[in-house]
Design a protein around this ligand. Structure first.
Ligand code: MN
Length: 201
């Protein structure tokens, strides 16, 4: 089931100890483009979509994203958490990123998109048709809502498989260190180092 909420999560909603999170925005520049939608799933097949307008304070959403007891699972967390930092004023933590995990274990490919990952690890076909659409619209279409939900519905499944492979390859600790660094990577992006790898020679 997909539930749409306006402005914030409803009170009394418990999504458990690990929540899949994604966001949809007006574009790929966190400094320019506003945050329109935040999708969440407990990994139970249901998705909660929070539609945001400029100025929405969303205190319950922010509390969840910063709750130290709730792991937030993203695919390419770097972008979403930079958006959250800039537009909601929060540091999202603790984190897990399926894209980083994929890069640490699927060294035999350079295809680390969510669609590729879902296909290989869970045999799920994800449509990316609504990826580029007007997420700032007052009313989101059925197709937009279904697409937005699909980006969070399978992240728990992918995480389970990626965790097994990280353990197999002895890279669990390295992955954890990368996830812990992500808030700083997002801060660097917002501070002007988006295009530069400061670790490079
Ligand atoms: Mn998405």
């Amino acid at each position: 089931m997909i539930t749409l909420h306006k402005g914030d999560l409803p009170g009394g909603l418990d999504l458990g100890p690990s929540v899949a999170v994604d966001s949809e925005t007006m574009g790929l520049n966190p400094l320019r483009d506003r945050l329109c939608l935040v999708q969440l799933s407990a990994g139970d097949g249901n998705a909660h979509l929070v539609q945001l307008r400029p100025g929405d304070a969303a205190p319950r959403l922010k509390a969840l994203l910063t709750d130290p007891k709730v792991l937030k699972i993203f695919h390419y967390a770097r972008f979403d958490i930079a958006m959250f930092r800039h537009h909601l004023g929060i540091v999202t933590t603790p984190l897990y990123c399926t894209k980083i995990a994929s890069k640490l274990v699927r060294t035999y490919t350079d295809k680390h998109g969510l669609k590729d990952l879902a296909k290989e690890l869970a045999d799920i076909d994800l449509s990316k048709q609504q990826q580029s659409s007007d997420w700032g619209a007052e009313t989101l279409s059925e197709a937009q809502r279904a697409y937005a939900a699909s980006d969070v519905l399978y992240l728990h499944t992918l995480k389970a498989e990626l965790d097994a492979r990280l353990a197999r390859e002895g890279r669990t600790e390295l992955a954890a260190a990368c996830f812990a660094f992500l808030p700083h990577r997002a801060a660097l992006d917002l501070a002007g180092w988006a295009q530069e790898d400061i670790f490079a020679h």
